[in-house]
Write a protein that binds this ligand. Structure first.
Ligand code: P53
Length: 478
């Protein structure tokens, strides 16, 4: 009884997906290539390709998971019907830039590409599902990588602004919630996804990554400006790959190392939310050998057009030590490497499971920014087993989500203003990091395997009805 009415009535329950991982139809209606379209599946191959995109562009991998993916492009009506059945109040998805501007630098948008999103957004609205739109989710058009080296080139700011203007005008009155860049801090960890970046021999990678990040921060502020001018009702947010970094011990040196690691992430949101580079960034960048080129005009844009809310993904907390010997034990293979936390369990993919960390992260973000938060990704990637009767009993997923929602409610009771919760991959889709289908997050199972076999048929997992009840009880029944 004491848990009743923790969450506001209009709380945005839903789910999250992204164009690059679910749409498929990779050349349909004049779409240009996205980075994901040249990437193979499988953790090892995928990782190598992400680290050397130039090589990947010249390699024939045979099978590409994104080309058909789960074919959301053709099946979205069927899928939205299932989302509706679960009671979704919103759906977070992204628009694929290369559907609208196939080369990225085209002067005119591709009408056929826009028509797809017209239909998708109308279908959501028809079903009373609020669209929450990520403008760039790991898919800066590949042509911009080939021609400009990705976001290292300032001209991308204008191309992006042009793209945003088209979207804001087209979906005025239909889409209210926007996010400018998915996981903007990922550019430091997976620069090919984050910035469409390729590196030249001898280039200072940190220099390139931070200068590219600066271009994105300016682009994000410009998008906010344009979005607000076109419709003052627009809520334009940033998006952080969050997850607080803990110190490995109470040794002050470890505390300092954890603080530095947190600042490395908050750096981006500090700019997007407060409108200027944080004071610590001067020394941080100096020590990295980075000199940013920033114009007075850009400073002004950053200052005047800060975000309306803070979107973030949360999967794990992380752990840092100042001791180089201890840090040798850091696990690789994850975009955000971490030491093993002895108090916590891990997923099958080695991601730390830490529900309390969600509450800690919420409180930290809210203390720091005092703006509404939106949990736009959370979830457990796991292998699902189909029983002979066709059922999928994903109790592990239910447990994960239950524990996180419990902590999310605690965060709200702690005083956080939270707009909504959209667990990642509400329908199974291709994993960004590994290109696997078998790393599943969904309430809805999609019949497709890691080699591309399968009927693409959708079916409900046990978690489907569980989440439906969570939503209908506004989070009271977990
Ligand atoms: P996958 C790494 C670390 C944290 C979040 O990831 C990440 C990544 C990239 O792999 O990305 C976000 O599919 C991202 C989604 C992605 C999801 O987390 O590797 O916004 O596109 O699918 C889960 O298991």
């Amino acid at each position: 009884e004491k848990m009743k009415n923790t969450l506001p009535k209009d709380f945005l329950w839903g789910g999250a997906i992204a164009a690059n991982q679910c749409e498929g139809a990779y050349l349909e209606n004049g779409k240009g290539l996205s980075p994901v379209d040249i990437l193979p599946g499988g953790p090892k191959l995928r990782n190598e390709a992400l680290e050397d995109v130039k090589k990947a562009m010249n390699t024939d991998y045979g099978y590409y998971p994104s080309h058909i993916s789960i074919d959301f492009f053709h099946k979205f009506k069927e899928d939205i019907k299932l989302f509706k059945e679960m009671g979704f109040k919103c759906l977070r998805t992204s628009i694929c830039w290369a559907r609208i501007f196939p080369n990225g630098d085209n002067l005119e948008p591709n009408e056929e590409g826009l028509k797809f999103y017209d239909a998708l957004i109308d279908e959501l609205i028809k079903n009373n599902i609020e669209p929450v739109i990520t403008i760039n989710h790991f898919d800066t058009p590949l042509e911009l990588t080939k021609k400009y080296g990705g976001w290292k080139d300032k001209r991308l700011i204008d191309f992006y602004a042009r793209y945003c203007e088209v979207l804001f005008k087209r979906y005025k009155g239909k889409v209210k919630y926007w996010m400018t860049f998915n996981e903007i801090n990922i550019i430091l960890h997976i620069p090919s996804f984050g910035g469409g970046l390729v590196f030249e021999e001898g280039e200072n990678k940190k220099q390139v990554m931070y200068q590219s990040a600066h271009h994105q921060l300016v682009a994000s502020a410009l998008a906010t400006k344009i979005g607000h001018e076109i419709d003052s009702e627009n809520m334009i947010g940033c998006m952080l790959a969050a997850g607080t970094v803990y110190p490995n011990t109470c040794n002050p040196n470890d505390i300092l190392a954890a603080q530095a690691a947190n600042r490395e992430n908050y750096f981006f949101i500090d700019v997007q939310s407060k409108g200027e580079y944080p004071s610590y960034s001067k020394r941080m960048l100096e020590e990295l050998g980075v000199t940013l080129e920033i114009s007075e005009d850009e400073k002004k844009i950053l200052k005047e057009h800060t975000v309306d809310y803070i979107g973030f993904s949360y999967y794990s907390s992380r752990l840092r030590s100042a001791d180089p010997e201890v840090m040798k034990n850091i696990k690789d293979g994850n975009a955000f490497a971490s030491l093993t936390n002895p108090y916590l369990k891990e997923s099958e993919w080695g991601w730390t499971i830490d529900p309390t960390g969600l509450r800690i992260t919420m409180n930290e973000l809210y203390d720091r920014y005092n703006k509404p938060l939106f949990i736009v990704e959370n979830g457990l990637g796991a292998i699902d087993k189909i029983e002979t009767d066709g059922s999928i009993n994903d109790d592990y997923r239910i447990d994960y989500l239950r524990q996180h929602i419990e902590q999310m409610k605690e965060g709200v009771k702690d005083g956080v203003n939270l707009l909504g919760y959209t667990p990642w991959g509400c329908i199974d889709l291709v994993s960004a990091g590994t290109g696997q289908m078998s790393k599943r997050y969904g309430f809805i199972y999609v019949d497709k395997d890691d080699d591309g076999n399968g009927t693409l048929k959708r079916s409900k997992k046990k978690s489907f009805n569980w989440y439906k009840n969570v939503i209908s009880s506004n989070g009271d029944e977990l």
